[in-house]
Design a protein around this ligand. Structure first.
Ligand SMILES: [Zn+2]
Length: 280
């Protein structure tokens, strides 16, 4: 079983591995760039080499890179759209360079145009990006959202529509965020609700497409369309329902990544120990 947390890339990128290792994780997630900035320095070949060596030594088996929210491939605004495509190409190449298995992305915001127009723009951008990154092994995972504002991806028919429109759809997968699904209106608190969501995913894209699970409890209510993560077992989804998810036979090959709040110094440690207990 793969369990990890989202760790900071402050300092050198290889230091992110030190943080994951200190928490005894066998997987981890990092941002591809500072979430508040467009630019970052390109990684040197030395940085990449160091990252690969340390990763091997620490036995971090799965590395997930996350694209920040600033980047929006569904945007109707030409400059943002163009810059987003450029940033994706850079991030996908860099994720592949460090040997990351997955690059997670949200599906963007259509900014009050229409869902269909947003999905068309998103898919057409992906076709450009995939054309320019042929041969790259890192898979691109589409994350579900809580459905606030104009954000796409709060229901899995959106994922299906993207798969239909992307030529190299074998390079896609799904990142399932439990807190987002719950606040988007999938009742993960009940066994029936969980299974009906998984059947829906299975019919639309295949449950085997769920490569990564953002394993978060929710501070916000069911179907509230609000996005605020909570410590594992302390939120509206709760311990038993989260345990049902992590022990679900259909999800046993997925990589579980915690994006829980980091308020106190030992919060990650505390959440991980709860997760490991519930997974037993
Ligand atoms: Zn997430």
């Amino acid at each position: 079983m793969y369990i990890g947390v989202h760790v900071s890339i402050a300092g050198n990128i290889a230091e992110a591995l030190d943080r994951a290792k200190a928490l005894r994780c066998n997987a981890m997630q990092i941002f591809s760039r500072n979430p508040r900035q467009w630019r970052q320095l390109e990684l040197s070949s030395q940085d990449i080499e160091e990252f690969k060596q340390r990763r091997k030594k620490y036995k971090i088996e799965k590395v997930v890179v996350h694209i920040p929210y600033l980047i929006n491939l569904a945007s109707p605004y030409k400059t943002l759209y163009r810059n987003s495509i450029k940033a994706y190409i850079e991030d996908l190449k860099e994720a592949d360079n460090i040997g990351a298995e997955f690059l997670v992305t949200h599906m963007g915001s259509h900014a009050d145009t229409s869902e269909l127009a947003g999905i068309d723009r998103f898919a057409s951008a992906l076709n450009t990006i995939f054309d320019k990154t042929k041969g790259i092994k890192t898979k691109l995972l589409l994350e579900n959202t809580s459905g606030s504002g104009s954000w796409l991806g709060y229901k899995f028919i959106h994922h299906r529509m993207i798969y239909n429109r992307v030529k190299q759809s074998e390079r896609l997968g799904i990142c399932l965020d439990t807190a987002h699904a719950f606040t988007a209106g999938y009742d993960l608190k009940s066994e029936i609700g969980l299974n009906s969501m998984l059947s829906e995913i299975d019919e639309l894209v295949g449950v085997n497409q769920i490569e990564v699970i953002h394993f978060n409890d929710s501070k916000k209510d069911f179907s509230s369309h609000l996005d605020q993560h909570e410590n594992i077992g302390k939120g509206k989804i709760g311990f038993l329902a989260l345990q049902r998810i992590i022990k679900h036979p259909k999800l046993k090959n997925s990589v579980f990544i915690l994006e829980t709040p980091k308020v106190e110094k030992d919060d990650d440690k505390m959440n991980l120990s709860i997760v490991k207990k519930m997974a037993k």
